[in-house]
Design a protein around this ligand. Structure first.
Ligand SMILES: [Fe+2]
Length: 252
């Protein structure tokens, strides 16, 4: 039913799960959370997680072989750490965008400081034919302080992804409040888990869906957890998301 487009459950490639057993346990839990499609998004962060796509694809094939019995559709993409060489590195084939068409790519920004010229860097990436999606804005200190810190990204209609972990409060009060505020404003295109471990940092998917349903209703929740994630995998235009009072974002 649900589609999870952001997690670190590929074994031993970043700060996520450490081995195949943890990956398998995570995928079994995903099925229980009613996740039908799961896209691994290992970190690609030069100097910290030097994950070349060839290596990641090899590990991904290994995982597919070992999890044939588990009823879940698996995909592979990457979570790219923002740098000023983003578009050059993309051209070199160092990143994995979403789906066969590769229209969208997940980009994370630094937590403490919004990099200078980030709009230009992301724009250059778009000129290469791939559209950035900003991972978990609710976790960034500058967004927690003031949502308008990323007003230029919002005006450029760059999709934003909020984590289930933040929605359920597992990342603390500030991340939760910011996530809800962004959702209320209709600024979030979809929700994903950013799960790192089957128990210590799990999916929280159904719990988050319950909260979303209560606050925004079924149709918005469906767009956030199923429709838009599917469109990202298929390389289609995203549906607009209504905020708290049924209005679309005042910025768009
Ligand atoms: Fe992540």
């Amino acid at each position: 039913m649900y589609i999870d487009l952001h997690n670190h459950l590929l074994p031993d490639v970043d700060d996520g799960v450490k081995n195949m057993e943890e990956t398998m346990r995570s995928l079994e839990l995903a099925v229980r959370e009613k996740i039908e499609d799961l896209c691994f998004t290992p970190h690609i962060y030069e100097g910290k997680y030097n994950n070349h796509p060839d290596k990641l694809k090899k590990v991904f094939e290994e995982v597919k072989k070992n999890t044939k019995e588990i009823k879940i559709n698996l995909h592979l993409a990457s979570e790219v750490h923002y740098s000023s060489s983003l578009s050059e590195d993309f051209k070199k084939g160092l990143y994995i965008p979403y789906g066969k068409k590769g229209r969208y790519i997940l980009v994370e920004l630094p937590v403490t400081l919004l990099p200078k010229g980030v709009e230009d860097g992301l724009y250059k990436l778009m000129l290469e034919g791939v559209e950035p999606i900003i991972a978990h804005p609710e976790r960034y200190n500058y967004v927690q302080k003031n949502i308008k810190s990323i007003i230029n990204l919002i005006k450029a209609q760059i999709p934003l992804q909020v984590t289930t972990q933040a929605i359920v409060g597992a990342l603390g009060g500030s991340a939760r409040k910011t996530a809800i505020k962004l959702l209320d404003m209709g600024l979030i295109s979809f929700v994903a888990s950013d799960a790192h471990h089957p128990e210590k940092r799990p999916f929280h998917f159904r719990e988050a869906v319950r909260i979303l349903n209560n606050r925004y209703g079924h149709s918005t929740t469906r767009i956030l957890t199923i429709e838009n994630p599917r469109r990202i995998l298929e390389g289609k235009n995203l549906l607009p998301v209504r905020g708290k009072k049924g209005r679309l974002s005042p910025y768009l």
